[in-house]
Design a protein around this ligand. Structure first.
Ligand SMILES: [Mg+2]
Length: 331
């Protein structure tokens, strides 16, 4: 049903969490720090650099196994029109200078962030016809932690299921019937629905957290390949910086425990996404509306009926006891 040009079923959106969902991205933060703080980060060609990072990340196991096929399936669904928008939502900070940290800018002056690096690598991983059209990308939007909002549970900033919909379709009523949010966090608790649309039940798709401890020399390996491709040699002061970033990363990496390193979580998630977009939403929404209407109309009578039947129950129990009593006395 279309009302005022808006489908009653809502727009179809896939939202993917980054960390521990599509990959174990700790190394990207260290790499980002080094590129932002060193003098050579600004001299790098973005495409050449991202291609090296992508290749190394795939080989090292930074991405969850099966991610390339998973992303291609979603890209295919987007090409077929089954999915309208694909977004990344993360609690990584998009703007690093909130901690007075410099940006990493590549030779073309483009400022990067870790989520932006992940977005570009995802787009390099899939065959998507419109990839070169900047207005029509595979990953439509990036959503990161709203810095000003302090809404937290157990010191963990919550994500909003309705935020993407409100942002993409600001003039429409939020309808999450066709929005699916894939995340490793415990959903009911950490993903709120600020729209209270009551269509969010199926939208929360949980996936077990993925984490991977990498080889000790992984960061150095990537940095060396980037430097070699750009014919850059490190000066002594940058070697000190590199050593300090590398040693802090090695310390962090040694505390990471391998979790869910097989392909099956992503295979199962893909099945869940397919089922989600194939299910008969119209019937479900009509049923839900009818149920809500029936509940509101019969609220009082239902309650009074229950009360009455309880009273009747009590009375009949009393009567039974009475009869039994009488029966006993008479016996
Ligand atoms: Mg996560």
């Amino acid at each position: 049903m279309i009302e005022g040009g808006v489908s009653d079923n809502g727009h179809s959106i896939v939202i993917m969490d980054n960390d521990e969902t599509t990959g174990s991205y700790y190394i990207l933060f260290s790499l980002y720090d080094l590129l932002a703080l060193s003098h050579f980060g600004q001299r790098l060609d973005w495409r050449k650099t991202m291609e090296i990072i992508l290749r190394e990340c795939e080989e090292l196991g930074v991405f969850r196994p099966g991610l390339r096929a998973f992303l291609q399936n979603i890209a295919d669904m987007k090409k077929q029109g089954v999915v309208e928008k694909v977004c990344l939502y993360t609690n990584q900070l998009d703007v690093r200078d909130v901690y007075h940290h410099p940006h990493w800018k590549t030779s073309n002056g483009m400022a990067w962030s870790v989520p932006e690096m992940i977005r570009v690598m995802f787009e390099m991983m899939v065959d998507y016809d419109d990839m070169n059209n900047t207005d029509f990308r595979f990953i439509d939007r990036l959503y990161t932690r709203p810095v000003q909002v302090n809404k937290e549970i157990d010191n963990y900033p919550v994500k909003d299921l309705a935020r993407v919909y409100k942002d993409l379709y600001p003039h429409e009523r939020v309808n999450l019937s066709r929005t699916i949010f894939i995340d490793d966090m415990y959903h009911k608790k950490y993903i709120i629905d600020s729209s209270k649309s009551k269509t969010d039940r199926y939208s929360r798709c949980s996936i077990p957290a993925y984490s991977r401890q990498l080889e000790k020399n992984a960061l150095g390996l990537i940095v060396d390949k980037i430097l070699k491709a750009h014919r850059i040699e490190l000066h002594w002061h940058n070697s000190i910086l590199r050593d300090s970033v590398e040693s802090s990363w090695i310390h962090l990496n040694s505390n990471i425990h391998n979790k869910n390193t097989g392909r099956s979580p992503l295979v199962k998630t893909m099945e869940r996404i397919r089922q989600f977009f194939q299910r008969p939403i119209r019937d479900a929404s009509i049923k839900a509306k009818a149920k809500a209407k029936a509940n509101s109309e019969h609220k009082k009578p239902v309650k009074s009926r229950i009360r009455k039947s309880r009273q009747n129950g009590r009375e009949s129990a009393k009567n039974k006891r009475r009869t039994r009593k009488r029966g006993h006395t008479s016996a």
